[in-house]
Design a protein around this ligand. Structure first.
Ligand code: ZN
Length: 187
């Protein structure tokens, strides 16, 4: 196991789609262990393989609070099978040190994936919980999508990014989300 270097925004490979895992081999087990160790070392809630320069469809999440026991969750080849509702979420990312901005997310999301032993499982993140939002955030990384692509206000996001010496929002990457917009408009 090792704490790995986390790639920061502006690195090209963060924008590349990741490959399916065909077998939970020793190499994948090592990747999972490195992701967990790196996430805990950096006090993150989640970390996806492309953030450490490995473009495989793997991410880890731990939404436990500091006074709770660790609860590592491993997602291999995840698929989002259900999503509903909308919520605005203030998010950051280990690839964007210190930069936080509001993004649009689904409130509820159900994901199907393989665990660290290659066994299938299904889990639901509900009511705009940290788990619901973290699943969407980490899943996006596997498709080269970053949280700022969902930003509520790109000028605000640009302000924050420049403050922390990160490149600006990539306007052509902004995601059109009529479904979420409609839901948020109804509140
Ligand atoms: Zn991230």
């Amino acid at each position: 196991m090792a704490v790995r270097n986390i790639l920061t925004y502006g690195t090209k490979s963060l924008r590349e789609p990741s490959k399916e895992v065909h077998k939970v081999s020793k190499k994948i087990t090592e990747l999972v262990n490195d992701l967990l160790e790196t996430m805990y070392a950096k006090n993150g809630v989640g970390l996806a393989a492309p953030q450490i320069g490995v473009n495989y469809r793997v991410f880890v999440i731990d939404v436990s609070s500091n006074d709770e026991p660790l609860n590592p969750m491993v997602f291999i080849n995840p698929k989002i099978i259900k999503k509903s509702g909308a919520v605005i979420s203030n998010e950051g990312c280990l690839s964007f040190p210190e930069a936080y901005t509001d993004v649009k997310r689904y409130k509820n999301v159900t994901v199907k994936a393989l665990d660290a032993h290659g066994r299938p499982f299904v889990i639901e993140g509900k009511d705009g919980s940290l788990l619901a939002r973290a699943i969407q955030h980490e899943f996006d990384h596997l498709n080269g999508i970053l949280f700022i692509d969902h930003c509520v206000n790109r000028f605000e996001a640009d302000n924050v990014l420049s403050k922390f010496n990160l490149p600006p929002v990539e306007v052509d990457r902004l995601i059109d989300e009529p479904e979420l917009e409609a839901e948020l408009g109804n509140d």
